[in-house]
Design a protein around this ligand. Sequence first.
Ligand SMILES: *[C@@H]1O[C@H](CO)[C@@H](O)[C@H](O)[C@H]1NC(C)=O
Ligand SMILES: *[C@@H]1O[C@H](CO)[C@@H](O)[C@H](O)[C@H]1NC(C)=O
Length: 255
Amino acid sequence: MLNMVQISVTALLLPLTLASALPKRATVLIPKSVFDSTTSLEQYFTYNYPWGGNTHNGGARMDKEHVAISPPGTLKITAQPVKGQPPATHGGKQIPINYLSGAVGAKQHFNVPKGGGLVFSGSFQATATKGTWPAFWLTAVNGWPPEIDMAEWKGSGKISFNTFNTSSVLSWKDVAYNNPSQFHDITCELRDVNGKDTQVKFWMDGALQATHVGKDYTGKPFYLIINLQMEGSSGKPGPTTNTTYSVKNLEVTTL
Ligand SMILES: *[C@@H]1O[C@H](CO)[C@@H](O)[C@H](O)[C@H]1NC(C)=O
Ligand SMILES: *[C@@H]1O[C@H](CO)[C@@H](O)[C@H](O)[C@H]1NC(C)=O
């Protein structure tokens, strides 16, 4: 009996000792299986913009019907040209709605803790043609900024990476976007610098594209959004046929 007790205590203590000797492991906040099924998508994301509403700063009205898991493992958003939609109102202006499309927002909010960080990654098939404005981005839950455009395509044949300190003070990098019909890997790492500011690094297909610092970003909650806006900053008119935006291997972890 005594021996058995000793063995079980040792068996309990040993893994604990080993675990504390190992470096801290990243916590998975959104797993790579997120787009394996509609059930899994809906476990982590809501449809439309996460602050509520189905229109924003472009010519698309979002709905659930334009968001699909297709094939399993891939989130596919389709922007479909339409007529007769009521306009959107944004910043006191009316914007004509010429498309029905889709947006998903993460149910959880993300923030960079002091001394810590976050990693967002995924593989994206996006258009960079006039009038199409797919994006993968983080924006402030309270007020604005912070905003980090981890990848956005504004219809100019380029991909953009942006970090805003204010609406007029921002770091931005535009890079030529080749082979848009292929999937491209994007990784964005957010890391606390000094308990206040957050360093943001952007990689495309494994190559570092830009390093920015967001002022007072540490500790502030972010929404995560994947959406296919149309027109707006990407120019108009947009395409007269369907446009698709697909994402696979999405993952969010702590550093
Ligand atoms: C934003 O603020 C951070 C922290 O003060 C600074 O390091 C960075 O250079 C600023 N970005 C721009 C574009 O001025
Ligand atoms: C365009 O997209 C809509 C919504 O997904 C779909 O119902 C329609 O069949 C598509 N049209 C074409 C020509 O693929």
